[in-house]
Design a protein around this ligand. Structure first.
Ligand SMILES: *[C@@H]1O[C@H](CO)[C@@H](O)[C@H](O)[C@H]1NC(C)=O
Length: 338
């Protein structure tokens, strides 16, 4: 009897999860991907040709992988290691993630020339150096399939870069984007001046955290603004884009919930951000972000089915509200014009 019940249960479950089915493929994007990953660090003090440290997360396997440039919070001042789970998730799906960082906030990060120069170094030197540092000898990077991605004010850096050049960029991914030199808008320098829109046309995914504009419990003396003030954040970027744009709002999460546990406290800036409490742990949120990034990147490079992961809340492991605009076709393809 017990065996029979077990057998029925097994068959029922096998019917639900058909190997290789479209539904399983969708869910798999929110889980670690097929590749083991490796990481490398380049110190700007050791390499004269670069003026930024570079963290790299990539697959430890032979093959040709697209590249994603990532600018972290505070315009790249938060080290990439603070985003370890997220960046490894993306790398495990077959992407090389390059994260330039320089502790000179606010500095000149919003002038894009440094990133154009850094691209040149990366394209000529990255692969050979990674292989020398222990990555697979068969590793290749598809520099013609490039994405730019940011968290918080890191998106302002990438936005300025796209104003200067499209390069080989196919898509732009913004997590909780914030405009202005600092998150408080004290120093006025913006990438987007509403109601004007940007000059570049690139498929874009905006992923707000629902609590981005909610102040935390410990607001430092003298500061009253939330982490990502409403008028400087998500919708400003969504409205400012001219190409196909998706906005997937993870309503229950806060501005810093994607950072590694333990590191959150180290980042002063983030003490005054509201954060997710109860329900799903932040791990689910990091997997949601990683899954959204890879679904978008693969989706606009031809695997259109995966766009369902950024279009239909039913597929997504956290609560979301979704908006879309600029969709002239069902399957927008990666491209950039400016
Ligand atoms: C995201 O969702 C939260 C919660 O519903 C809402 O307060 C916030 O305004 C939304 N953000 C955007 C950019 O629509």
């Amino acid at each position: 009897m017990a065996f029979r019940a077990f057998f029925v249960l097994l068959v029922v479950n096998l019917l639900k999860i058909q190997p290789g089915s479209a539904q399983e493929d969708l869910a798999a994007q929110f889980q670690p991907g097929p590749f083991a990953t490796e990481t490398a660090f380049f110190d700007k003090d050791d390499i004269l040709a670069i003026d930024h440290n570079i963290y790299v997360y990539g697959p430890s396997a032979p093959g040709t992988f697209p590249i994603i440039y990532f600018s972290s919070s505070l315009a790249g001042n938060v080290p990439a290691t603070a985003y370890k789970v997220l960046l490894e998730h993306i790398a495990s799906h077959g992407y090389v993630v390059v994260c330039p960082a320089k502790l000179n906030w606010p500095g000149t990060e919003y002038e894009s020339q440094w990133l154009i120069d850094l691209h040149k170094w990366v394209e000529s030197n990255l692969v050979i150096n990674l292989i020398n540092m222990g990555f697979d000898k068969g590793l290749k990077v598809d520099f013609s399939t490039e994405f730019v991605m940011g968290h918080s004010a890191g998106n302002h850096v990438m936005c300025e870069y796209l104003k200067a050049t499209c390069g080989n960029v196919q898509g732009f991914i913004m997590m909780s984007p914030v405009d202005g030199v600092d998150e408080l808008g004290i120093i006025k320098k913006f990438c987007i001046e509403p109601p004007s829109q940007v000059s570049f046309n690139v498929p874009t995914l905006v992923i707000p955290a629902g609590l981005d504009s909610v102040p935390g419990l410990e607001i430092p003396k003298g500061l009253t603004a939330p982490c990502a003030p409403e008028e400087l954040s998500n919708r400003r970027f969504y409205d400012g884009m001219i190409g196909p744009t998706w906005m997937v709002n993870a309503t229950g999460y806060g501005h810093a919930d994607l950072l590694e546990p333990g590191l959150v406290d180290l980042v002063d800036e983030l003490k005054y951000c509201a954060f997710h409490e109860g329900g799903d742990p932040d791990e689910v949120y990091r997997r949601f972000l990683g899954g959204s990034v890879v679904s978008f990147a693969k989706g606009i490079m031809g695997d259109c089915n995966l766009l369902q992961n950024i279009e239909d809340s039913a597929n997504i492991p956290v609560d979301t509200q979704i908006e879309m605009k600029g969709m002239e076709v069902d399957c927008p393809l990666g491209s950039c014009e400016n």
